[in-house]
Design a protein around this ligand. Sequence first.
Ligand code: 5GP
Ligand code: ZN
Length: 118
Amino acid sequence: MSPRGTTDPSCLFCKIIKKEINANIVDEGDDFVAFRDINPQAPTHVLVIPKEHIRNIAEADDANHLGSLFRTACTVAQREKLNGGFRLVVNNGDDGGQTVHHLHIHILGGRSMTWPPG
Ligand code: 5GP
Ligand code: ZN
């Protein structure tokens, strides 16, 4: 990963981190922010993002940092009381369905998921 604190002034999620754009933030730490998706695809749909601007998971080369982000996603899912299970999704690149180019983990829960995803 690039040095901690990297930010992109034109990036939507960097603007959410800097509180320049409003979001329904459910949790925040030194290295991450978790907030509700504006267009939820399940009763619970939260995005967990690193505060560092990293374009996608393929470019996330700090395994410890990435592992912490996934650990955080599980903690947020527990706080959201997704006791029946949940799904974590990371879309990578255009063919992966990524529309915002700042790494994010989707937490989806509150309903039974289907497979395969579209
Ligand atoms: P992607 O398709 O890149 O994996 O996911 C991007 C997600 O960001 C989408 O689920 C979309 O609904 C969400 N999103 C896009 N713009 C905003 C916004 O301004 N606020 C919030 N809270 N979510 C957003
Ligand atoms: Zn960003």
